[in-house]
Design a protein around this ligand. Structure first.
Ligand SMILES: [Zn+2]
Length: 426
């Protein structure tokens, strides 16, 4: 029997409201009690000065298999996750073919079981081929084991179709995640509509294009009495809408990606395509409202929107380049550095909660806690470790990051999945 004891770390387990210096015991791949490991031969890990957290969960990741393995494979994406401190990642269905049917979900699960060093949980599409015209077989997707449905990358424009999707999701007990983008308002917009889009002559993507769909989702969550989670919130108005609705008890929530607080649309002035994301970088006022939303609990989940693209795909004119950046290996450092050290928006315990108990609750996962009997998925974190982002050291198969050379404080030092160390800082 393999037994491991993690000694003398600051154990932060928000699900159990635990925050103290102590030991964590692992036996048979699960979190154990001291009595379970007594008098047994054990491996010891010294965690003095480190945080011992439940394995972090990223609920918004694009792995490019099936179809675009040159950008990322399930194996390389999982290695990037482990190096970022993540033990569980939730992958989006906009693959090729789209994950809108049980066969593709089965393929992804098999591939993950064979090749991934962390837990990979697939989502299914809401609509067939993510085209927004006809619903995907949501019941069969639930049976195939998806943890949620989303059309991420696209957004269903027909509110009646979306209403039916929410009703089906409720019926089969699936969470619904939505990429909030009104196609008519956004048109061919590629950057935030405002000063910089005007100055640079690039088509604008107005904040109202996100806010209109956030409002739609609030109305449908109320109408159907089912939870809707709004992905990658970028605009101040979206935060205000979600805050007001949550106060009234509406089942609505939102997530934040690091680039939407680390950068503003000023970053696009050199036409760097690594600053092109969807939704786009916005203004200082938007960043400030998002920080406020994180501080007061309006926005409850942190994630990356890890979106790998090959160099040749990004090295084209700004409006031709694909949207998105890689994020798994920089998000924890960026969030600790910005939210805990620089802006003091939240403390490290809340940050860990936003990466563990909150996503686990949303997606009803058996993860995100150090409760006895839970899978021994654990992340050791040095919250003060100073490091410099170097793209050439990424485990990801892609390099599209705007954070090259950034000096950050905070890094995972060891990632443990099911009791086994899958990555260690060397
Ligand atoms: Zn998206």
């Amino acid at each position: 029997m393999s037994v491991t004891i993690i000694r003398n770390g600051r154990v932060i387990d928000p699900a159990n409201k635990r925050d103290d210096v102590g030991d964590v015991f692992i036996a048979k791949g699960k979190i154990a009690e001291m009595s379970d490991v007594k008098d047994q031969k054990s491996e010891e890990i010294d965690a003095k000065g480190l945080i011992v957290a439940p394995g972090l969960i990223d609920i918004h990741v694009h792995l490019r298999e099936p179809g675009q393995g040159h950008k990322e494979t399930i194996a390389s994406g999982a290695r990037a996750a482990a190096a970022g401190g993540f033990t569980t990642i939730v992958c989006m269905p906009n693959t090729s073919p789209a994950a809108d049917n049980p066969a593709t979900i089965a393929w992804i699960k098999d591939r993950a079981a064979e090749t991934a060093c962390v837990n990979v949980l697939p989502t299914g599409a809401i609509s067939k081929n993510i085209a927004g015209e006809e619903l995907a077989p949501i019941g069969s997707l639930a049976n195939a084991g998806v943890v949620a449905i989303t059309d991420d990358g696209h957004c269903i424009q027909n509110h009646e179709l979306m209403r039916r999707a929410v009703e089906y999701a409720r019926m089969v007990g699936l969470p619904l995640l939505d990429h909030c983008q009104d196609s008519n308002l956004v048109g061919n917009g590629v950057v935030n509509e405002g000063y910089w889009s005007t100055l640079l002559g690039l088509p604008g993507w107005p904040a109202a294009g996100e806010e209109a769909i956030v409002m739609r989702n609030i109305l449908l969550a109320e109408l159907c009495d089912h939870h809707i989670h709004c992905q990658h919130i970028s605009a101040a108005g979206s935060v205000r809408l979600i805050r007001e609705a949550r106060k009234r008890g509406v089942k609505i929530s939102g997530e934040v990606c690091p680039h939407h607080i680390a950068l503003t649309d000023e970053a696009i002035q050199n036409f760097d395509t690594n600053c092109k994301m969807n939704p786009p970088l916005r203004t200082r006022a938007d960043v400030d409202e998002i920080l406020q939303g994180i501080a007061d609990g309006t926005l409850s989940i942190l994630c990356s929107d890890h979106a790998p693209h090959a160099g040749f795909e990004k090295e084209v004119e700004f409006d031709q380049a694909p949207f998105g950046i890689v994020g798994l290996e920089t998000e924890l450092g960026l969030f600790i550095d910005l939210l805990v050290h620089k802006h003091r928006t939240i403390d490290i315990a809340r940050l860990i909660g936003m990466y563990t108990v909150e996503p686990a609750k949303l997606l009803k996962l058996d993860a995100g806690t150090l409760s006895v009997g839970a899978p021994a998925d654990i992340t050791l974190i040095d919250p003060k470790l100073e490091w410099t982002v170097r793209k050439d050291q990424f485990q990801s198969a892609s390099r599209n990051s705007p954070f090259e050379g950034w000096k950050l404080r905070g890094h995972a030092v060891r990632t443990i999945v099911g009791g086994k160390t899958v990555w260690k800082l060397s």
